[in-house]
Every structure is written in structure tokens, then in C-alpha cells.
Write a new protein. Structure first.
Length: 248
């Protein structure tokens, strides 16, 4: 990678991180403590959908989320797990997240097998009007993964998950993410919008349909997916899902 694209990527990444940091820091005085989740609040999990929760975990709590995914990538069937995410409430309305490397196992075809990169992030719930929930996340990926799976760069990202209740049983959720791949300038930056419609089926069941698409900086979308989910347990945050995904 030449010096010019690398310098441009670094400047863009730093600007994005500073923006997320400013939003997170500025929200400290804006969000009232009584508006933050508490230990008695319903569990709000990031898994299994791509769209993350717009809410943080309560201060002082640790939430571990896991999952197993089966996708079709590059004409291959790929099973990945355990997709572990650790979420620690470090302050009112603020959490630190760690995405433990996930192992991708290619059952057939050309897709590669190996561990993904390690990612650490900080997330802050923001105070917004009109019944919306919004949070801002800034994080950094470390090139710890397998040679054919890792991005081979220190990749910063910013992310804005949001949600809006439509009725007692229906809600709309979405997320917008910008990632800077510092060693892959053709993908720099990559934009990922998501949209999810969720239906509450009772105290232990939900159903959602989700759309996700990735837009690399200098190429056409390389991934689009539709995912549905049914069944869940609010106490343990267990989730089961199925995804239909296409990649170029």
C-alpha cells in the first residue's frame, strides 16, 4: 500500500474516532442517570442480528453473548463460532466491549478457515427525542487473526445503533457503521447500513427480519443479507437465527 492512501486512511480514521469520542464525551452531561439501564432492566443483547442494541448494559454488570453462524461465502459453506462478545458497564450509560476472535471453518469451496481479529470498543447511550434510542460506539480492530482471515491492519470504526418502538409489540431498529481498513485502501472506508423489524411474541419469544449491506469505498456492495429469527429467553439472552446472505 502506498504512503498517500495510507496517510489518507489514517487521517479519515482519526477524524472518525475523534467524532465518536466527542459524541460520547458530550453525552455524559446530557443523559440522566435515571434514563440508563439498571440491574432490573430487561436484557438487551447484540446477538444474533448484525444490528447491535441501541442500549448499553447496566453500570457494574458484565454480559457475555455467544452465537454460531452458518453462511454461504465465496461459494462455500462456512460455520463460525463462538462469536463471543463481552460487554462491561463501566459508568452510567457507558460500556466497554470486547469481541473475542471467532473461528471460521470452511466446510467446502474456496473460503478460508481461521480466527478473526480481536476488537475492543467503547459505547455510550445518547439522549435523543421523539421516542428514539441512540448510542455511539468507537472501536479498534487488532490484526490478531489468521493470515487469510485477518485484515492485517489496525482498523478503527464508528457506529450508531438506533431503535424506535412502533407499538407494544413492534419495533424498528437500525445501525450505521463506518470502518477504515488501513491496510486495504480499496475497501477504505466501508459503510454498513442495517435495518431490522422486530415483533414481540410474548415474554420469551421474538421474531425479526433484518437487512444488511456493505459498501466498500471503491467497489460495489459485496454483501447483502436477509436474516430472520424466532425464539429467545430474556433471562439468559439465548437466541436462534437463520441468515440468507450473498457475497460477491
Amino acid at each position: 500500500m502506498s504512503q498517500a492512501p495510507l496517510a489518507k486512511s489514517c487521517r479519515s480514521a482519526i477524524s472518525g474516532i475523534l467524532l465518536a469520542a466527542a459524541l460520547i464525551a458530550g453525552a455524559s452531561a446530557a443523559v440522566a442517570a435515571d434514563g440508563c439501564p439498571t440491574s432490573s432492566s430487561e436484557i438487551s443483547a447484540d446477538r444474533p442480528d448484525v444490528t447491535n442494541s441501541s442500549q448499553v448494559v447496566p453500570y457494574g454488570s458484565l454480559q457475555a453473548e455467544n452465537g454460531v453462524d452458518w453462511t454461504v461465502r465465496q461459494g462455500s459453506d462456512v460455520v463460525s463460532g463462538s462469536e463471543t462478545r463481552l460487554r462491561l458497564g463501566v459508568a452510567q450509560c457507558t460500556e466497554v466491549l470486547a469481541d473475542v476472535p471467532t473461528y471460521f471453518y470452511s466446510l467446502n469451496g474456496r473460503a478460508s478457515s481461521g480466527f478473526s481479529d480481536f476488537v475492543v470498543s467503547i459505547k455510550r447511550e445518547l439522549d435523543v427525542p421523539f421516542g428514539f434510542h441512540l448510542s455511539a460506539t468507537g472501536g479498534l480492530g487488532f490484526p490478531t487473526g489468521a493470515s487469510k482471515v485477518s485484515s492485517h491492519g489496525y482498523d478503527p470504526y464508528i457506529q450508531f445503533p438506533w431503535s424506535r418502538s412502533l407499538s407494544d409489540d413492534w419495533s424498528l431498529q437500525g445501525m450505521f457503521t463506518v470502518t477504515w481498513f488501513t491496510s486495504q485502501h480499496t475497501n477504505d472506508p466501508t459503510f454498513e447500513p442495517t435495518l431490522s423489524l422486530e415483533r414481540d411474541l410474548g415474554p420469551t419469544r421474538d421474531l425479526f427480519v433484518e437487512y444488511v449491506s456493505d459498501y466498500p469505498g471503491q467497489r460495489n456492495p459485496v454483501r447483502s443479507s436477509m436474516r430472520w429469527f424466532v425464539a429467545g429467553d430474556e433471562t439468559s439472552a439465548a437466541r436462534f437465527s437463520c441468515r440468507l446472505r450473498t457475497e460477491q
